[in-house]
Design a protein around this ligand. Structure first.
Ligand code: SAH
Length: 213
């Protein structure tokens, strides 16, 4: 399956990510190995290895490869970690995390997208990804706590349930801001305290729901 798109396109994408400052070799390997063309609409498959967001239907989009790689690097995952993702979308970010040997719990609030992505991930054989339908801003209390939490849509505030469901020593990565001005925030829970840092400006689709817009 991974042979459908020429290897050179993937190699070029890997080089591009290196040029933009991604240095983690396991992240680069995951980005090269996961077949992104299977996560976009067929009409856009030929452009899947360009560094651009693409439509995935339902008015949503798959993030550009650089943003996925940057966020994955910032998340500092290790094999065996339990990761919660809010905003399953195409399933691509979840697939990258699973290929880094994490157990991924991912929540999507659009039912059709949830169903399509759930069957895609099953067909591709990703057994360590647990897909859920619902409002991700509430987290997933039945499976908490999580060592890592990543939010791939932007709301006006950091949803408090996600902070509560973060494990001791855990990292929460979440874009926060208005529709026009957004920043990526990284929270670290240490000794019961929360340290937060503001990182790069980003552009994500809207986070809806109880703690969203
Ligand atoms: N991680 C995705 C990016 C998808 S775009 C990927 O790799 O393709 C963001 C997704 O977040 C959209 O599918 C949108 O429907 C979803 N979303 C927005 N608010 C949400 C919420 N409160 N709970 C769950 N999903 C949400």
């Amino acid at each position: 399956m991974s042979q459908i798109v020429p290897r050179r396109l993937r190699m070029r994408m890997e080089q591009l990510l290196c040029d933009r400052g991604i240095t983690d070799s396991s992240v680069l390997a995951a980005m090269k190995n996961v077949p992104r063309h299977l996560f976009v609409q067929e009409a856009f498959a030929a452009r899947a290895y360009e560094d651009t967001p693409l439509p995935i239907g339902h008015g949503q989009s798959i993030s550009q490869p650089y943003v996925v790689a940057m966020m994955t690097e910032l998340l500092q995952v290790k094999p065996g970690m339990r990761v919660l993702e809010i905003g399953t979308g195409s399933g691509y970010q979840a697939a990258i995390l699973a290929s880094l040997e994490c157990t991924v719990f991912t929540i999507e609030c659009l039912r059709n997208l949830y169903q399509n992505t759930r069957s895609l991930l099953r067909n591709l054989g990703f057994r360590a990804i647990y897909t859920h339908f619902g409002d991700g801003t509430l987290g997933l209390s039945e499976a908490a706590p999580f060592e890592r939490i990543i939010v791939t849509a932007c709301g006006p505030e950091i949803p408090q349930p996600l902070v509560d469901q973060l494990d001791e020593g855990g990292i929460l990565l979440v874009p926060v801001g208005s529709r026009t001005t957004q920043r990526l925030c990284r929270l670290h829970k240490a000794g019961g305290r929360i340290e937060s840092e503001e990182l790069a400006p980003v552009t994500f689709v809207e986070l809806v729901g109880t703690y969203g817009r």
